[in-house]
Design a protein around this ligand. Structure first.
Ligand SMILES: [Zn+2]
Length: 68
């Protein structure tokens, strides 16, 4: 029998730096700081929702990939 610990990489939404690995059933809110761009994120583990707590505002590029 194989025990699988499913870990998902959680990456910084801005620079793609790995912030942490989360378990399959991880829930709740964590705060983590990106080691590359120094932004502080609040992450909802269940939904992968990112909220920026501090650091430079996210530069939004026009016509990036918001629209299909
Ligand atoms: Zn980053």
């Amino acid at each position: 029998m194989i025990r699988e610990d499913v870990l998902t990489r959680v990456e910084c939404p801005v620079c793609g730096h790995r912030l942490m690995d989360k378990g399959d059933k991880a829930t709740g809110l964590v705060q983590t700081k990106c080691g590359r761009c120094k932004r502080v994120w609040e992450v909802e583990l269940e939904t992968d929702k990112f909220k920026q707590v501090s650091g430079k505002p996210i530069a939004r590029r026009k016509g990036d990939n918001d629209s299909p």
